[in-house]
Ligand binder design. Sequence first.
Ligand code: SF4
Length: 311
Amino acid sequence: MLQQTQVSAVQAAFQKWMQDFPTVQALASASEEEVLLHWQGLGYYSRARNIHKTAKQIVQNGGKFPQNRKELKALPGIGAYTAGAILSLAFHQNEAILDGNLVRIFSRLKEWDFLPTKDKAAKDAYWEEAYNWATAEDAFLTNEALMELGRTVCKKSNPLCESCPIQKICNAYKNNRAAEFPPKKQTQYVSWIGFALAICDGSGNFLLQSSPKSPFLKNQLTFPMFEYADAFKNIFPGIAEDVIPYENVKRFAFTGTVEHSITRYKIQCRVLCVEAKSRKGLIGSWIPKQELSQKIISSFAQKIIIFTHDF
Ligand code: SF4
């Protein structure tokens, strides 16, 4: 849960998760919908799906949790960092981890002006350094200590170098260059401009589908979404007719615009509310308006709900 997400955002969800899925068996037997609802608001839903798949795989294999890097990395969603974290923190093995805190510390200690994502040599250099630290007798303590040092002392901005216990071996400190490391990550944002179709029937039920024609929210129950097409400029409904033919439209209105970011997508999404004359031919799940918030898990789609209120 904590990958790419802050502790404060995770706390309540984590407690509820542990209460409802206290064992790997309990998680494996839950439905995907249930699992995703527990992940509501945390984003990066592939993590929830992967944990669920992993739980099922572990139960199928007799319920024993793998305790070596090779077997762990064969499980869905477990990469080098997660495998190292599990082995070191849960099983106290001398395994390395490399999270954002450690990358920042190593970059400053060594004055490395590259990130591990640059190329294979860069990645190897960071992992080698991580393994150098993890050879201590209690690698889990060293790993925990480094993560904590990164969180509280060697912070992203204004690192507290004067009270840092490893300042003597830090090149950036010696040269007064801590602020220059690590180098900034260049994120290539992609702009996505489109619209979401909130179709209701005469009784206040909304149509949700699980495969939006957008690059995000795949496999989630949500409103149909479309990227803007030139053909859609002035008329109803352009490509929305793929979902609801105009003959079936009783009334429609654009009710607002949602702005949101998901991973590298900067989204601008107009909300097109439509009342259908009939449900006939409209494929998906019809959800009563008051239940939309429970059925829709992404915070982006939650924002769309707000613009259905006055329709
Ligand atoms: S001395 Fe400063 S830059 Fe170096 S590791 Fe410590 S806090 Fe980070």
